[in-house]
Design a protein around this ligand. Sequence first.
Ligand SMILES: [Zn+2]
Length: 281
Amino acid sequence: MIRITPIETGKARMKTAQKTGRDGRGAFGRKVDIFRDRNWVDPLPIFCFLIEHPEGRFLVDTGDTWRNSVPGYLPRWNPFFTREVVIKVAPLEEIGPRLAAMGLDPARDIEVVILTHFHHDHTGGLDHFPHNRIIAPRENYEVSRGLMGMMMGCLPQRWPVWLKPELVDMDGPPVGPFPASHPITRDGSIFLVPTPGHAKGHVSVVVRDAGITYFLAGDATYTEANLANGKADGVTYDPTISEATLRAIRQFATSEPTIILPAHDPDGPARLAAGRTFTGS
Ligand SMILES: [Zn+2]
């Protein structure tokens, strides 16, 4: 028996053009659309997911940090950070205090932290895990460091100085429509699949329990609706790649009973509680 618990670690606001890109627009045009857009979506949750598994507790992503709102934390030279996204996290909403409130010591009671990608609203809580194994996709790590990373929505200058993630490649067998995978547990019930598009090297976490599969999508899609409709987001580096990823997830999730759990979909927890699997529409 595997238990999945969504943990909300604050809110993120973004433009409508970031959540859902315009059909036919290329990667650059979608960025222009975001800057021009005057419409904000309602604040979206920033979810981490705790997986309780016979082999241990696994945490997917770490949310953002309250320090995001301290002047000087975000680099001023990249207006995307300061103008196009608003992160609101109270100190007690960070993943560390959230886990503590559940009776868990984040630094000691989590076997493995898994990052789907290195955007700041997924890495801001890393400070709580100095003694833990941290697994991350190598391909995404490579594009998230340095100036390049800072231009792509990452804050490598804010990562803990001790951060040395265990970088993994998609070196495991294909799984359905996914050309490769990477095993996390020895029993094979938790594994990563490549879901590029939102970011290069982005991965999703698949959890297979008896009769039900959970697809922890990170930001491969912001919502189940965008997945069903095949709508790539506004920050994609290549809409064609994003759309292929969405097709693969749809194909996978309709071939076995699957609950879709993106990192920012407000409806995810209700689907999880009700056991509502993806139908494709
Ligand atoms: Zn992201």
